[in-house]
Design a binder for this molecule. Structure first.
Ligand SMILES: Cc1cc2nc3c(=O)[nH]c(=O)nc-3n(C[C@H](O)[C@H](O)[C@H](O)COP(=O)(O)O)c2cc1C
Length: 335
């Protein structure tokens, strides 16, 4: 019996953002003596030992309020954020849409979050999870791209002591201009500054925290290769591929298909896996974390087969609940 089978229709009757907030608030209050689901096998990557290859993608628990619950669900790593230096409200509601006929979501949340200080306070009060913890960093909406490095530097400094790895998010479609940081001199200068800060903090704290860059799926081959070369030249530790897509052609006939924002879930699966494959072909040794349309254990295996070291889920969890975590972990034990 899968209890989520009964819970989902109730949740889907609520406004999506309300359902999201209520579920998270409930998970945040789950007692810490709840048993932990164990599955998968440990893996070494970026100098870290991940308890297993399955992770929670960024954006679901932006403020890190339910880390213990996701830890007990069996994830090998949990990525909180995107968090910005200062708190910000995000875009006006409604900004989150379900497209159940497509097992898809469109969102234009716009980095709504309580800010890095609140996140750190929350994490400091959370029992250390068995899962590794990633903190996904962004820039505030009102910080111009020319000053983006300042925001990411604040994020690195404040999150450093609390994270197993850090993610530089330059691929959300919902902060105007953010994705421009994925290209050319803007990317080169940003990553050079981030690398310098990583080196400085490593010496200062005598502890090295790996840094990964999260990229969009909407890059043609020329742009993708240029971005990958810059990431490699900047000696980043890894890549997360991919964020949500702006290509909504697969859902254009759905009543919500014309909503502004990024599309995730089943319509993203193939395009995102294709990017993973291209990254692996171009950079055979970089740590590669796949994200995009993992709705089943088979989708997860396809990401692994395409060359991903680790795999994250978000929309799949909304449509299939915690059973998807267990299915994926069982598959990882076989694979
Ligand atoms: C409602 C929503 C909010 C998201 N917020 C973030 C975010 O703050 N930062 C980020 O890097 N990705 C964010 N994402 C993208 C996910 O982390 C993931 O990369 C993307 O949804 C593709 O995976 P999926 O198809 O499994 O959902 C968000 C996705 C959704 C659906």
């Amino acid at each position: 019996m899968n209890p989520y089978h009964y819970l989902r229709p109730l949740l889907f009757r609520l406004d999506p953002e309300r359902a999201h907030n209520r579920t998270l608030a409930l998970l945040a209050r789950m007692p810490s003596f709840m048993p932990r689901y164990h599955g998968g096998k440990p893996v070494e990557l970026m100098g870290l030992t991940f308890p297993n290859r399955l992770g929670l993608a960024a954006g679901l628990d932006k403020n890190g309020i339910a880390v213990s619950a996701f830890d007990r669900a069996g994830f090998g790593f949990i990525e909180v954020g995107t968090v910005t230096p200062r708190p910000q409200p995000g875009n006006p509601q409604p900004r989150l849409f379900r497209l159940p006929e497509h097992e898809a979501i469109i969102n234009r949340m716009g980095f709504n979050n309580r800010g890095i200080d609140a996140l750190i306070t929350r994490l400091a009060a959370t029992p250390k999870p068995h899962a590794l913890l990633g903190i996904n960093l962004g820039k505030n909406k009102d910080t111009p791209n020319e000053e983006a490095l300042t925001d990411y530097r604040i994020g690195l400094q404040k999150a450093w002591a609390h994270a197993d790895y850090l993610t530089i998010n330059i691929s959300s479609p919902n902060t105007a201009g953010l994705r421009e940081l994925q290209h050319g001199a803007a990317l080169r200068e940003l990553l050079a500054g981030i690398k310098a800060e990583q080196q400085r903090l490593t010496v200062e704290t005598a502890r090295r925290v790996p840094i990964v860059v999260k990229i969009a799926p909407d890059l043609d081959d020329t742009a993708l290769h240029a971005t990958l070369d810059t990431i490699a030249e900047a000696d980043m530790d890894g890549i997360i591929a991919t964020n949500t897509t702006l290509d909504k052609s697969a859902v254009e006939h759905h009543p919500h298909g014309g909503e502004q924002g990024g599309l995730s879930g089943a319509p993203l699966t193939a395009a995102s896996t294709a990017i993973v494959q291209k990254i692996r072909a171009h950079l055979p040794h970089i740590a590669l974390i796949a994200s995009g349309g993992v709705m089943s254990a088979a989708d997860m295996q396809a990401k692994r087969d395409a060359g991903a070291d680790l795999v994250q889920i978000y929309s799949g969890l909304i449509y299939h609940g915690p059973q998807l975590v267990r299915d994926c972990l069982r598959q990882l034990e076989r694979g």
